[in-house]
Design a binder for this molecule. Structure first.
Ligand code: IPE
Ligand code: IPE
Ligand code: MG
Length: 254
């Protein structure tokens, strides 16, 4: 379900016409990649087949976002609540993550993309966690776009960790509680040095954030589509970016 412009924006800006200058490309796009299980179920396949097809959609999406000139893409790959899933599914997802690093890291690195993790990937089995660490270290000096993968990420957990750090500083006497501001909190989040979130996409028809980037989404534009994640492609991303370009962002002003 693509919510129509008229339902979502209070005012509709005209589409940028050719010659009007460059279309508005969001700097930072985040995606809740949902619907792998339903995609598999519709084909009478095991859930893992849906996750495998989902990994293909990640490849396509990264290439498409590079083409569009998006500076930062954040992908919700595994939430802090996904540990509730059966062990077998968690093992399948971990295996696919390792396979993805093995098959894609060379291309990611060659494309000058910096890999970043939000959440705590150390909760995954040691070999997988180490592969993630190596991938982050190998691409750390890259200066092109940024790929952020949310692994064992939950926004409430991220905020709790940030509050704990501020609490420790208060306890140590190095922070005055009066000095706590939105900027100070933002600086303690996993996303501290990333560009502000512009566009948040969720696939599969669910209209909720599922504990993803709650703080960061304060003024992000939201885009919900019925497309299941394994079917997401360049045209879907372009459509979302096109809708974004027509939105009027007000940040509470007028
Ligand atoms: C998203 O697909 C992948 C992860 C959450 C890891 P789902 O596995 O949630 O698929 P549905 O929502 O059951 O269709
Ligand atoms: C959100 O999808 C998490 C990821 C896409 C990694 P879920 O499928 O876990 O979310 P709920 O359970 O439908 O809210
Ligand atoms: Mg789901």
């Amino acid at each position: 379900m693509i919510l129509s412009r008229s339902r979502l924006s209070r005012k509709t800006a005209p589409a940028p016409a050719a010659g009007d200058g460059p279309a508005v490309v969001p700097r930072h796009v985040a995606i809740i990649m949902d619907g792998n299980g339903r995609w598999a179920k519709a084909r009478h396949l095991p859930r893992v087949a849906g996750h495998r097809a989902g990994a293909e959609a990640v490849r396509r999406t990264l290439r498409a976002s590079a083409k569009l000139g998006i500076e930062c893409v954040t992908l919700y790959a595994f939430s802090s609540e996904n540990w509730k899933r059966p062990e077998e599914e968690i093992a399948d997802l971990t295996g696919l993550m390792k396979q993805f690093i093995r098959s894609e890291l060379d291309e990611i690195h060659a494309s000058n993309i910096r890999l970043r993790i939000i959440g705590d990937h150390r909760a995954f089995e040691p070999e997988a966690a180490a592969m993630v660490d190596e991938a982050v270290a190998r691409t750390a000096g890259n200066t092109g776009s940024t790929l952020v993968v949310a692994l064992n990420y939950g926004s409430q957990d991220e905020l709790a960790r940030a509050m704990r750090k501020l609490g420790e500083r208060i306890q140590a006497g190095t922070l005055d509680p009066e000095a706590i501001s939105p900027d100070l909190i933002a600086a303690e989040l996993d996303t501290a040095d990333l560009p502000p979130l512009d566009l948040l996409i969720r696939t599969s028809g669910e209209v909720r954030l599922s504990n993803f980037l709650l703080w960061q989404a304060a003024y992000a534009e939201l885009f919900f589509t019925d497309t299941l994640w394994p079917d997401f492609d360049e045209a879907c991303l372009a459509a979302a970016v096109d809708v974004y370009a027509r939105r009027e962002r007000r940040y509470g002003g007028r």
